[in-house]
Design a protein around this ligand. Structure first.
Ligand code: NAI
Ligand code: MG
Length: 482
């Protein structure tokens, strides 16, 4: 029997008001591993009422001292560490990712609680003396009821980076986890309750985007929405949030360039470039999906990437010899396979890895890692976010040309630059229109570092100090001392 999961609303574990549920799958086998509440407007209304009460009757949460808020988050970090193995396995089972990656994610979840637990006591305002008789203060206050709507590629991390910052700031929080991977998100209320979080401060309700997510965004009782997911849904959220002038932050993925110059440490550059698109099955918002390689090393690069694609071992994430798991859902498998078909007519198919042979995985959502060479920057596979293990390799001749091409895309989340020439690296970093630039690396996203996009990759920043600032309002208080 699959686990029957429940929502956490107003401090209690409950089913959806209408009792409906949906299935949660193991993406490696297609088997149902759990069912979860199919929440709708009535459940949203109850969650918002509870979060509102916990915020407005302030003695519960914003009325708690910053030290106490910090301590609760630090205790949550300890509990996540204690449960590390169990949570990592759960994350790997639910999302399909290799267990080593699941372990890394959960380790970072613990640190996120620790990091924002530390910030709780360091929220400071400003004071300025204008003249002998006049001064003003700027107080920072929590925005109110915050909603997090999150995706399935890093289920527990994406939720925690929002809620730990929001709770440190003194907001109350409602989480709508992804319908594909609700398991670890529903562990969060248990962890925080044990850590001492007062009832009503955190609500988690599962359900689909249009029926559970959309009513949260439109709800007049919600002050702030923090979203990670597709650009398409980001635009819907911005539009629907406009009616109530919600504070909205969006992280919407990208089509990130990865640029390799011939003066780089080429072994590291080729391996790092391959990791940038094959890690997490390519289901990474900042994946280096457009790999630009200077012409003199282009053939060597394509050969190295082809070797890598054909040596990936696809299988069950919980099997330690697996290097690449399945995609998250049948829908994503079909979507990515469609892009591979389009790519075959637009560019040269340089290599494709193999699917797992074990019949156990027949109904799993696997897609073979694929390398396309000689891709034109205007091709569909070079313009659109694929969100799978599909690499496009594009040749270039000089710095100006590659920067122009790298910037010629509607997205602007991240970029990698591989070179040992520091001046060239920093010149490129300045010229790239993206929120994150890695020099001689790809994908590190430390919790301390602000994260977010330029252009159509998003609005606002998560993580780092900015991650907490985006849950705080500023109140200016002018004082006439005369
Ligand atoms: P999605 O954007 O539809 O889902 C993300 C979250 O938004 C989920 O919790 C979903 O339930 C919710 N949602 C969906 N529609 C909503 C609505 N109208 N109002 C409020 N909430 C809503 O992403 P999906 O369909 O899972 O994946 C499609 C594509 O999106 C992927 O192929 C990829 O290109 C991109 N994506 C980007 C991510 C990123 O990290 N930036 C993460 C996941 C997907
Ligand atoms: Mg969707």
């Amino acid at each position: 029997m699959a686990d029957a999961l429940q929502n956490f609303i107003d401090g209690k574990w409950v089913d959806a008001a209408d009792g409906e549920r949906f299935d949660v799958f193991n993406p490696a086998t297609g088997e149902v591993i759990a069912t979860a509440p199919d929440s709708k407007q009535a459940d949203v209304d109850r969650a918002v009422a509870s979060a509102r009460r916990a915020f407005d009757e302030g003695s519960w949460w914003p009325g708690t001292s910053a030290r106490e808020r910090g301590r609760i988050l630090l205790r949550a970090a300890e509990i996540v560490r204690r449960e590390h193995d169990r949570l990592s396995r759960m994350e790997s089972l639910d999302s399909g990712k290799p267990i080593a990656d699941g372990q890394e994610d959960i380790g970072e979840v613990a640190f996120m609680f620790e990091y924002y637990g530390g910030w709780a006591t360091k929220i400071e305002g400003d004071v300025q003396q204008l003249s002998r008789d006049a001064m003003f203060m700027v107080w920072k206050e929590p925005m109110g009821v915050a909603v997090g709507i999150t995706p399935w590629n890093y289920p527990m991390m994406m939720a925690t980076q929002k809620l730990a910052a929001a709770l440190a700031a003194g907001c109350t929080f409602i989480l709508k986890p992804p319908e594909q991977t609700p398991l670890t998100c529903l562990e969060l209320p248990k962890i925080l309750e044990e850590a001492g979080l007062p009832s009503g401060v955190l609500q988690v309700l599962t359900g689909f985007g249009e029926t559970a997510g959309a009513p949260l965004v439109a709800h007049p009782g919600v002050d702030k929405v923090c979203f990670t997911g597709s650009r398409e849904v980001g635009k819907i959220i911005m539009r629907s949030g406009a009616d109530t002038l919600k504070r909205v932050t969006l992280e919407l993925g990208g089509k990130s360039p990865n640029i390799v110059f011939p003066d780089a440490d080429l072994d590291a550059a080729f391996e790092g470039s391959a990791n940038g698109i094959f890690w997490n099955q390519g289901e990474i918002c900042s994946a280096g999906s457009r790999v630009f390689v200077e012409r003199s090393i282009y053939d060597d690069a394509v050969n190295a990437f082809a070797d890598r694609a054909t040596s990936e071992r696809l299988g069950d994430g919980l099997d330690e010899s697996t290097t690449m798991g399945p995609l998250i859902s049948k829908e994503q498998q079909e979507r990515v396979s469609r892009y591979i078909e389009i790519g075959t007519s637009e560019a040269k198919l340089a290599a494709q890895g193999s699917l797992p042979s074990d019949p156990r995985f027949e109904k799993g959502y696997f897609v073979a890692p694929t390398v396309f060479a000689d891709v034109d920057n205007s091709a569909t596979i070079a313009r659109e976010e694929i969100f799978g293990p599909v690499m496009s390799v594009l040749p270039f001749s000089d710095l100006d040309e590659v920067i122009e091409k790298a910037n010629d895309n509607e997205y602007g989340l991240a970029a990698s630059v591989w070179t040992n020439d520091l001046k060239k690296a920093l010149h490129a970093a300045r010229a790239l229109r993206s929120g994150i630039v890695w020099i001689n690396d790809s994908q590190p996203a430390p919790t301390e570092m602000p994260w977010g996009g330029y252009k159509q990759s998003g609005v606002g920043r998560e993580l780092g100090k900015q991650g907490i600032e985006d849950f705080l309002e500023r109140k200016s208080i002018y004082v006439n001392l005369g």
